[in-house]
Write a protein that binds this ligand. Structure first.
Ligand SMILES: [Zn+2]
Length: 105
């Protein structure tokens, strides 16, 4: 089970497989917080939590360490920022193409 600093209102520990969406909030290109939206597998409620970027990075690093067969390095904050900026630069047409590609998998 992934170790995230998130517990549902019902007390259930949220794992990475329960995450629905992750958004990074920036101020002057500095990460302010990571907003995680999850669905609890125990009570099925949607919940959200803001996590400090450092805490999120540590959680991602822990999740990566739990998969020894996966030799990719953990995703760091800079990569998350790059990813968010790349998404912001997508046109509506690109987004629609991406949505189709993801839903086809
Ligand atoms: Zn719950």
């Amino acid at each position: 089970m992934a170790i995230l600093p998130i517990n549902c209102q019902c007390g259930h520990q949220i794992g990475r497989e329960d995450i629905q969406q992750v958004t990074l909030s920036l101020i002057n290109e500095k990460p302010l917080f990571v907003h995680v939206i999850y669905r609890c597998p125990a009570c099925h409620r949607l919940g959200s939590k803001r996590i400090a970027p450092d805490q999120w990075q540590e959680a991602v690093a822990q999740m990566s360490r739990q998969r020894p067969s996966d030799d990719l390095p953990p995703i760091d904050t800079d990569e998350v920022i790059d990813f968010c900026q790349a998404i912001e630069n997508l046109s509506p047409r690109d987004l629609e193409a991406l949505r189709r590609e993801v839903s086809a998998e």
